[in-house]
Design a protein around this ligand. Structure first.
Ligand SMILES: [Zn+2]
Length: 343
């Protein structure tokens, strides 16, 4: 424990900090480690990293965490804006950052939990009262980690630890439904089941129609008519199967690779998860979520993404390193979050 918290070559020892500061240092390091592994190089995330880095440096010097104004932040990320431009620039960037952070919250929490802290770091904007000299301030706050069903397991040598890196926005058409996941309770549960029944009815109706048509000489007198009707029945069945198969798999397996149509074009390696929520003040229920589990490759340090096991690992999801997908292959345990090498 001590080892991981001692800072590089600054010669700074952990026992000079009180316990709370040690937690904060670990949470900031986890935040930065998460972004180093899984980040996209956007200005918004650069602002978050810079804010965390500056706060970490202050803590290491024994100074309290500071608040920054928009001009300070522009300096931190080398953004050239005029003295009056910083506020407008940052408020736009911050909007994008809030969206990115919301998707990354589970990942930031997972990494902090695996680092052994009970808090996680979170960039925060404190709005100013408005008017000159009252502009917004930006800082890092520390929030307590929510309870998790997953144990923290220390990986053995050569093993990897997955984090639920992203909780994603779905493709535009499904977005209203999935805004905060799709809790399977109340009207959503009913409509979800009704949807399945409707698809089945549509397939059944199409098959019945085909059967009637084939038995009616007026609409199926030629070989061509018969072929068209059979083709129609096959197509409807295929569409129904493609729509329902992922959901039946999901009910069996709890985690599947997300069907492409549900995910925006820019996102890859996304899974559809049927997770269990246990709110403290309510009955447990299941929720559908688009997530991405990823890890840092134990061999080369690149990012490991989950993919279907295909013929070699039938019915399984396996982690494949983005740089060495054929050789750096890992198992995936959704409960312990541990991946063992499969080669
Ligand atoms: Zn690798």
């Amino acid at each position: 424990m001590n080892e991981t918290l001692v800072q590089g070559n600054s010669g700074f020892e952990i026992n000079e900090l009180d316990a709370e500061q040690a937690q904060q240092v670990a949470a900031l390091q986890a935040f930065l480690a998460f972004h180093q592994q899984f980040d996209r190089e956007t200005k918004a995330l650069a602002v978050a990293r810079a804010l965390a880095q500056a706060s970490l440096e202050r803590l290491e010097k024994g100074q309290p965490i500071a608040k920054y104004n928009s001009a300070n932040i522009a300096d931190l990320v080398d953004q050239k804006v005029g003295p009056d431009g910083a506020t407008a620039w940052l408020s736009k960037v911050w909007k994008a950052l809030e969206q990115s952070l919301a998707e990354r919250r589970t990942g930031i929490q997972d990494v902090a939990r695996q680092a052994g802290t009970n808090i996680y770091a979170w960039p925060k904007k404190t709005p100013g009262a408005g008017g000159a000299g009252n502009s917004s301030e930006y800082s890092i706050e520390f929030l307590s980690l929510p309870q998790s069903d997953n144990p923290v397991v220390t990986p053995q040598r050569g093993e990897i630890t997955y984090v639920q890196e992203l909780t994603l926005k779905p493709a535009f058409w499904a977005r209203p439904l999935f805004k905060k996941g799709f809790p399977l309770k109340g009207w959503r549960r009913t409509s979800f089941i009704a949807f399945g029944v409707l698809v089945l009815l549509a397939v059944g109706g199409a098959l019945l129609l085909t059967w009637l048509a084939l038995n009616n000489p007026r609409v199926s007198s030629s070989a061509k008519d018969v072929a068209v009707w059979v083709l129609f029945a096959l197509m409807v069945s295929w569409v129904g199967y493609s729509v329902l198969k992922p959901f039946s798999d999901l009910a069996d397996l709890r985690l599947i690779m997300a069907p492409d149509v549900m995910v925006g074009f820019t996102e890859l390696n996304v899974q559809l998860e049927l997770a269990r929520e246990r709110p403290a003040d309510d009955e447990p229920y299941r929720v559908l979520r688009l997530v991405r589990y990823s890890a840092k490759c134990a061999v080369c340090g690149e990012t490991v993404h989950l993919a279907a096991g295909k013929r070699e690992f039938p019915g399984r999801l396996v982690g494949r390193c983005s740089e060495q997908p054929r050789e750096h292959v890992y198992s995936f345990d959704r409960h312990t979050r541990i991946g063992k090498p499969l080669r």
